[in-house]
Design a protein around this ligand. Structure first.
Ligand code: CA
Length: 231
């Protein structure tokens, strides 16, 4: 498989060098941009497979870069934020970012995020528009409105089924609490994270073999949830 082309957007030279050195060592192809306007230009002219985007840029805000790219492309965007920018990170995910890394991050974390994103790209290519979703032992038959774990049909409430389908449709991607609650209940439920947590707990009990160390649904504390691609 060809190594994907990564667009690295980072104004801080040491961080940029760490990223590009890592990419080079793992035979990724990359291009770089040092500000938001350049990032948009590079994204449109090179159509990279993945964008690594620092949120604190000298010209325009990283969230604006995402909004602009999303007007024409679904290319995966992994944002890089400082711990103090937690709110920005959530805004970035709501604007359409796929995943995030928090500074300081390790080389291993960076590579792991890239692998998750590449797996998602590969599985999206293979699946296309299918009426059946398969991930490990988990199977959703959309036409029948049923979900299975191995041979066993799962007895899900309508809300649990909706949440499962939403996570499945975005497998590999971190979904924020706001995004999930709006999709499931509409805008009125916007900050009802506590209710979502309850439904997640009951859903996990039904689909996870060990709900305390979940295989399918990952928790991102203070951010949201992600369904992982299970081998
Ligand atoms: Ca920065």
């Amino acid at each position: 498989m060809n190594k994907p082309l990564i667009l690295v957007v980072e104004d801080d030279a040491p961080v940029r060098n760490l990223i590009t050195t890592t990419l080079k060592a793992h035979e990724y192809k990359f291009i770089t941009a040092q500000n938001g306007n350049n990032a948009i230009m590079e994204a449109s002219s090179h159509n990279p497979d993945i964008v690594l985007l620092d949120l604190g840029l000298p010209d325009i805000d990283g969230v604006e870069v995402i909004e602009r790219i999303r007007t024409w492309s679904d290319m995966p965007i992994i944002v890089i934020s400082a711990r103090s920018e937690d709110k920005d990170k959530i805004d970035a995910l709501d604007a359409g970012a796929d995943d995030y890394l928090t500074k300081p991050f390790s080389v291993e974390e960076l590579l792991a995020r890239l692998r998750v994103t590449q797996r998602r790209l590969a599985s999206n290519r293979n699946e296309g528009a299918s009426s059946v979703f398969i991930n490990g032992a988990l199977r959703i038959n959309y036409a029948a409105g049923c979900a299975y774990l191995g041979e066993d049909e799962l007895h899900l409430t309508p809300i649990e089924y909706k949440i499962l389908c939403l996570l499945a449709a975005n497998v590999g991607k971190v979904l924020t609490h706001t995004f999930i609650t709006q999709k499931i209940w509409g805008a009125a439920w916007e900050n009802n994270v506590a209710s979502l947590r309850v439904f997640m707990a009951t859903l996990r009990k039904k689909i996870e073999v060990a709900p305390d160390s979940p295989q399918y649904i990952q928790t991102h504390i203070g951010v949201g949830y992600r369904m992982l691609r299970v081998e």
